[in-house]
Design a protein around this ligand. Structure first.
Ligand code: SF4
Length: 383
């Protein structure tokens, strides 16, 4: 959905709200947190520190994972994007004369569009087959060269583990250093995603001797390095995809998945999509946020989502992605808002300035905020 389509979409949402449809942002996990952690705040902090440290040293972790994986007898495949990955996977399937694949859906499998790749090559998707599977491990562990797999059912587990050819795909940021790290992150994910203490079926998978020809592991970048380049934005790569931020976002509750047209939706999408997709196509998403801060408050990985959305806006402004007239208005507003003398002016003068500089530019008409008769700082000094 481009910027113009989005403006019309938002206008329809506003009409729905006016008709009395309510925004539902209930999210209550206090009971289960109390049961699972002696101090939920400390657990969040620990998880955030740990994963941010790993993201900052991701190159070292990936190198040591590859070394260990090779020692176990495997050979890693690195893919920069969708095109190189699809070429490599199709080559493997054609070489082995595989006509049907059991493709396990996940956010990353969807992001890569693997179903489309297979369809284009006329390879069928057979959800019962255990001849060849494509599966996303939750994490790879650099210390042991193993993968951490999470299954939805016992049948899924049996299909994956007994498959003749196992193709694993995951993004570069799904890496942890130690096996022990998994427990804390899995608990945080499970509680925030499903309100359950533990994930149902999990296992660590390490290559067995003589198994290397039956396992292909792809580590894919697909735009993640764009986020890694920014010291602030790389924090978004610690996201565990728990959806807690979506559940408390008043804008997401109103607009849903549709306008994102992507596997990333909600507050985290507002942050990462301009880096993973194109800035011009996704910039409006960073501007749909009302900066209520709910997402930052609940994020178990302490990702400063609101700050990152503001940082995005700043990048768009600084790099001139915002059109000239809007940049001019922002400049005028900034000039006025940082001067105490101007903020202390009478309410009618400030309202007039807003009308002149802002209201004329807003497509969806709505009343502008009323200023208090006396500014906060002035009212304090009067007492
Ligand atoms: S940004 Fe935080 S709250 Fe949102 S999905 Fe990721 S980990 Fe969960």
């Amino acid at each position: 959905m481009n910027t113009l389509e989005y403006k019309f979409f938002i206008s329809d949402c506003k009409k729905a709200l006016e008709k009395g449809n309510e925004v539902d942002i209930k999210f209550d996990i206090d009971d289960i947190c109390l049961k699972t952690f002696s101090n939920y705040g400390t657990a969040r902090k620990k998880a955030a520190n740990l994963t941010q440290k790993y993201i900052n040293h991701i190159d070292e972790l990936l190198v040591s994972f590859e070394k260990k994986y090779n020692e176990n007898g495997g050979k890693l495949n690195w893919s920069i994007d969708y095109d190189s990955l699809s070429e490599d996977i199709i080559k493997i399937l054609i070489d082995r004369k595989i006509k049907g694949v059991n493709l396990f859906e996940s956010r990353f499998v969807e992001e890569l569009g693997l179903a489309k790749i297979l369809k284009n090559e006329e390879i069928s998707i057979n959800l019962q087959s255990n001849n060849c599977i494509i599966f996303e491990p939750r994490y790879i562990i650099s210390q042991t060269g193993s993968m951490y797999l999470v299954f939805n059912s016992a049948i899924e587990m049996q299909q994956v583990l007994s498959a003749n050819l196992k193709i694993f795909v995951l993004p570069i940021n799904s890496i942890l250093k130690n096996i022990e790290d998994v427990e804390l992150l899995s608990k945080l994910y499970s509680i925030n995603k499903n309100k359950e203490e533990n994930l149902p079926l999990t296992t660590f998978y390490t290559l067995k001797p003589n198994e290397e020809n039956n396992v292909e592991l792809f580590i894919v970048d697909n735009g993640r390095t764009n986020l890694l380049e920014s010291k602030e934005h790389r924090k978004a790569l610690t996201c565990i995809d728990c959806d807690a931020c979506k559940k408390v976002c008043p804008i997401y509750s109103l607009i849903g998945d549709m306008p994102y047209n992507n596997v990333f939706t909600g507050p985290i999408a507002n942050v990462v999509l301009p880096f993973l997709e194109t800035v011009n196509g996704c910039m409006h998403l960073s501007f749909n946020c009302i900066l209520c801060g709910n997402c930052t408050k609940v994020c178990p990985m302490n990702i400063p989502l609101t700050d990152l959305i503001i940082a995005n806006r700043n990048i768009f402004y600084e790099n001139k992605y915002i059109d000239f007239s809007d940049r001019y208005r922002i400049k005028i507003l900034k000039k006025n808002l940082i001067k105490r003398k101007k903020l202390n002016r009478s309410a009618w003068r400030k309202e007039l300035a807003l009308k002149l500089y802002v209201k004329r530019r807003i497509t969806i008409k709505r009343p502008l905020p009323k200023f208090a008769k006396v500014s906060f700082s002035k009212s304090k000094s009067l007492k």
